[in-house]
Design a protein around this ligand. Structure first.
Ligand code: G4P
Length: 527
């Protein structure tokens, strides 16, 4: 039996992030293929929300249902336990993705070689930067015409605001794509289009001066590769494990996920360098994964779409020790003990009941409304994990009761949906009306539907034109009182009772900042 420490040390928990269509699902599938977790391509149900379905949110929710199975995919590879956390591609669910990033120790970013860094990747990268998450980049779709590799690296460096370090170098692209050269192992992987199997021909060469090189890739490509790799060596730093682990340097790989090309190289490097579970910050202290006692937090709640059973799955990231089935754990917010008879772990696409799980793993706990995002479970210790920030919503609407007989149901429904992290609730302190803030339009429809079908409550929306919700902070209580009086109509409270200023426009926010220099305005509730 492996010791607790060995179990934890061999875990690698990460997320793959990308702009929709860059190839996240394809890459995930290929990684599972290498891990032997699946045997043929096409087995992973896409968690991607198809563009054609954006107007039909019921379809989107149905597809989201699929994502329970693919939310976490665990597999064993060369003695490592790898946990891939999936993130929804649809931008209206960006908040889900942000929260998922709080449960991982590193990320792989997939970039489409024709498109470079796209909007959603950019936003997710900001979160990674805030958390100094180590990042590996996979530039995908080299089998198609894409942008120049140097251009892409320049863009990545600027967008990610960190050093990039190419580990492999592409030889041509599109029709002329011959393969990739491993800059540090002096090996050449020759491209063979194969969508189903793990197949790539690797040839070892002594160096780029090896006369055999042109036999493999031809005269012209040899010449070009020699020239480019010279340039690469001059322009880019050497791989630096420490810088990578601190989130300051991103190793970059080139390949084609669809053709299973460059994926093995990526996976091999990943297991060599990606961090094992790291310390987690709690308000009280720093928690090491290797502590013998269990602790963890809920980072995601997946509601069951079956309206007859208001059951859901709370996803718990284990921060320390070992979680055991049927053991009593303390739910800090409710100060109650719970035990779980059917915790599930996720191996490939199967959900199965587990007896134990270790720091770094995710367990799914069936729940009937006891959990909210951010809740902590421990063996008894008072701990509150940090790092699950709420970000200012983008869209705001007043929510009003449309059925006077169902006041209570509405209140309960709103409370639970907010606990699941579907949207954020603010109470305007001037008129006491409830405001719901979301990232996308879709959530308003989802909330209305779920309130009706799961809680029997009817709601009515009234749009409000707001720019951002700003959490405010100051040491100057007089200025704060003054500010609140001046902005009385724009003041609200969040679900925890904290003061929030509802800025109507960037201009008015700037004016407020100028007028009240001692007050700091934040777009997130953790600062
Ligand atoms: P996502 O999860 O990031 O949204 O992307 P996904 O893997 O679903 O890939 C998006 C599209 O890009 C898919 O095509 C997929 O087959 C294609 N793709 C992924 N990797 C590569 C690659 O290396 N080369 C090429 N040429 N294409 C790639 P689709 O037509 O949208 O979907 P499908 O019908 O093939 O599933």
């Amino acid at each position: 039996m492996a010791s607790l420490e060995e179990e934890i040390r061999r875990r690698r928990t990460f997320a793959i992030i990308s702009h929709p269509d860059a190839g996240k699902t394809t890459l995930t599938e290929k990684l599972l293929l290498y891990g032997g977790a699946i045997h043929v391509a096409g087995a992973v149900k896409s968690n991607k929300i198809r563009k054609t379905a954006t107007s039909d949110w019921m379809e989107i929710e149905r597809q989201r249902g699929i994502s329970v199975a693919t939310s976490v995919m665990g597999f064993e590879y060369e003695g490592y336990k790898i946990n891939i956390l999936d993130t929804p591609g649809h931008e209206d669910f960006a908040e889900d993705t942000f929260r998922t990033l709080t449960a991982v120790d590193s990320v792989i970013i997939v970039v489409d070689s024709a498109k470079g860094v796209e909007k959603q990747t950019r936003r997710l990268m900001e979160v990674c930067r805030m958390r100094s998450t180590p990042v590996i980049v996979f530039i995908n779709k080299l089998d198609r015409e894409g942008r120049d590799a140097f251009d892409l690296l320049d863009e990545l460096e600027a967008e990610l605001a960190m050093q990039v370090c190419p580990m492999t170098w592409p030889i041509g692209m599109g029709e002329r794509f011959k393969g990739v050269y491993n800059l540090f192992k002096s090996s050449l992987s020759l491209f063979k289009s194969d969508k189903q199997h793990v197949a790539e021909e690797v040839v070892e060469i002594d160096s780029l001066e090896d006369p055999a090189l042109h036999q493999y890739i031809g005269e012209e490509s040899t010449h070009r590769l020699r020239e480019e790799s010279e340039l690469v060596r001059g322009c880019y730093p050497k791989p630096d494990l420490e810088a990578y682990r601190k989130g300051q340097q991103a190793p970059v790989f080139f390949g084609s996920a669809l053709n299973n090309f460059g994926v093995k190289e990526l996976l091999q490097t990943f297991i060599e360098i990606a961090p094992s579970p790291k310390d987690t910050m709690a308000q009280e202290r720093v928690v090491s994964p290797y502590e013998p006692t269990f602790s963890g937090f809920v980072f995601k709640i997946h509601a069951n779409m079956d309206p007859n059973h208001r059951s859901s799955i709370a996803f718990v990231k284990i921060c320390s020790g070992c979680f055991r089935r049927n053991e009593y754990y303390r739910h800090l917010r409710l100060d109650k003990k719970f035990r779980f008879a059917a915790p599930t772990a996720f191996m490939a696409q199967k959900k199965e009941i587990v007896e134990e799980a270790f720091a770094g793993d995710i367990v799914g706990l069936p729940d009937t409304g006891n959990f909210k995002i951010g809740d902590t479970l421990t063996e008894g210790e008072e701990l509150h994990f940090k790092g699950l920030p709420s970000f200012s919503p983008e869209l705001f609407q007043y929510i009003d009761n449309a059925d006077p007989m169902k006041q209570k149901q509405l209140a309960k429904g709103i409370e639970q949906l907010m606990g699941e992290g579907v949207a954020q609730l603010f109470i305007n302190t001037f008129n006491n009306r409830r405001i719901i803030g979301t990232v996308g339009q879709l959530q308003f429809e989802v909330i209305k539907f779920r309130l009706l079908h799961e809680y029997g409550a009817e709601c009515r929306w009234t749009p409000i034109s707001l720019y951002k919700a700003c959490w405010i902070e100051t040491d100057d209580s007089t200025a704060l009182e003054h500010f609140k009086l001046r902005k009385v109509q724009q003041m609200a409270r969040d679900i925890e009772g904290r003061d929030v200023f509802l800025a109507e426009s960037p201009y008015l926010l700037r004016m407020a900042e100028e007028e009240f220099p001692s007050i700091r305005f934040h777009f997130t509730n953790e600062f």
